[in-house]
Write a protein that binds this ligand. Structure first.
Ligand SMILES: *Cc1c(COP(=O)(O)O)cnc(C)c1O
Length: 462
């Protein structure tokens, strides 16, 4: 054992004084913890003969410690660069908020507010009143309610309208949205009893009608968000289902998933033919729920709209207290919804919409700028290519929009190594791997991030 090396280990206090000067914002307790871990590691390395004398020189040690502290003092929840091109990326925070929404959150969070205060009477008010009117204006709904997310919206809707009753759903719509949301599981938790009808690829109106009995509580239609059946396929339209519900006096519920407040096809994405929430409500459906942070482009929330008779029942459900949204969400949602009162403004200011509608020529220019910069680095093979982006968030599957990507191949290591290295940069850079290339889709890269990306790759070369 090189036990003489132990004497080269500096004193904790000395390192702590040094670290406090470099990281004045960091609590001493945390600095101390990291330094102790660092020193323990050195002792183990010496014991196991895994460290050389020169690595224990003061300068080398401080450099190592500095790197470690830089890494560990960054917040755990941090910004990343999304170069996947997927606009609504659940792992990366779904929708970015509009500036207006962020400012509203800041104002409400730095001050007291009328969250549950009725300013007409000075008495207790309802937190939901802040967004109900604007939601009704935009969607044409009679009543509206907002809960924690769309999963919560589906849960509370079923719990209110169909507990201990059968809810009829097509077998083609028993979907799983990401790991933790499966229609049959949510239904079980709500106390509703799943009554499956039809087959995976074909369900007829008569399948629903034959399943109706005195035990039926509701008819449910689920947007198959992230998958699509092609070929020999038949589903019952919402309109037909609404007519059936009327005939038997049963509420018809639609889990819309993403939910768009503007028509994407009207603004040029002709193959995005999803009806708006307003158009869906026009079918006469009783309750519709959708997410706040998918195509709407707001904060995480589950929005419930529809007939007053049913939505007001949901409002009175005590579960509401457990699923309620907080003031930050309300502030951000109200500001985002306000932008929709002028659709042009929504397209310009809501990042989700702005990214989806970025003109191809802009993306081409952005990719050209990025690739030109990266080409100056000697250890990378770089090329620019046309490709396509996904919208993501279980919205509009299969439907891709043309984009440009910058494709990279490192000369000195593998694509997999590059992918891993980029997870540790500051900020981390997340791209997509296609065949033998690491691709940066410029749709989700902001112009101000181009320099940042260049420096990340430059740093990797050093
Ligand atoms: C996304 C989605 C959900 C879940 O919504 P969250 O807001 O993520 O809770 C439920 N149903 C459908 C059809 C969806 O697409």
């Amino acid at each position: 054992m090189n036990s003489h090396l132990f004497s080269q280990i500096p004193a904790t206090d000395k390192l702590l004084t040094w670290a406090q000067e470099r990281f004045p914002q960091e609590p001493i307790l945390l600095l101390k913890k990291h330094i102790n871990n660092f020193l323990d590691q050195l002792r183990t390395q010496i014991k196991e003969n895994k460290i050389q004398a020169q690595e224990l020189e003061p300068n080398a040690l401080l450099q190592k410690l500095s790197k470690l502290l830089e890494k560990n003092t960054r917040p755990h929840l941090k910004r990343v660069i999304n170069a996947t091109g997927i606009v609504v990326h659940t792992n990366q925070g779904r929708s970015l908020l509009a500036r207006e929404a962020v400012e509203a959150v800041e104002d409400i969070c730095l001050h007291y507010s009328n969250l549950e205060l009725d300013l007409k009477t000075g008495k207790r008010g309802s937190r939901y009143s802040h967004v109900e009117e604007i939601l009704c204006t935009i969607t044409g709904s009679e009543s509206a309610l907002v809960v924690n997310n769309n999963a919560a919206a589906v849960l509370i809707t079923l719990e209110t309208l169909a507990q201990n009753k059968e809810v009829i759903v097509s077998r083609g719509e028993l979907v799983e949205i990401g790991g933790s949301f499966r229609i049959p599981d949510v239904m079980k938790k709500s106390g509703a009893i799943l009554k499956e009808v039809g087959t995976t690829n074909r369900t007829h109106l008569r399948d629903y009608e034959q399943a109706i009995s005195e035990n039926t509580g509701a008819l449910l239609k689920v947007h198959t968000s992230n998958y699509r059946i092609i070929g020999f396929h038949k589903e019952v339209s919402l309109k037909e289902l609404v007519a059936l519900g009327k005939k038997y006096h049963l509420p018809v519920i639609k889990d819309l998933g993403s939910g768009n407040l503007i028509s994407f096809s009207q603004y040029g994405l002709t193959h995005f033919d999803e009806p708006t929430v307003k158009e869906i409500l026009k079918t006469g459906v009783d309750v519709v729920s959708f997410s706040g942070d998918k195509l709407l482009g707001g904060p995480q929330a589950g929005i419930i709209v529809g007939k007053k008779e049913f939505v007001d029942k949901i409002k009175k459900n005590p579960l509401n207290r457990a699923l309620r949204i907080d003031k930050m969400t309300l502030a951000a949602l109200e500001a985002t919804l306000k932008l929709y009162l002028d659709e042009e403004k929504a397209l310009q200011n809501i990042p989700t919409l702005k990214l989806i509608f970025t003109p191809l020529s802009t993306l081409n220019n952005r990719a050209a700028t990025l690739s030109k910069k990266l080409k100056t680095l000697s250890n990378l093979v770089v090329k620019k290519e046309r490709s396509s982006s996904k919208v993501g968030g279980g919205s509009l599957p299969e439907r891709e929009i043309p984009t440009y990507v910058v494709k990279l191949k490192p000369k000195n290591f593998s694509i997999e190594e590059l992918r891993k290295k980029l997870l540790e940069t500051d900020p981390p850079l997340i791209g997509r791997v296609e065949e033998d290339w690491f691709c940066l889709d410029v749709r989700t890269i902001f112009p101000a991030e181009i320099n940042l990306i260049y420096h990340i790759f430059k740093h990797l070369e050093e």
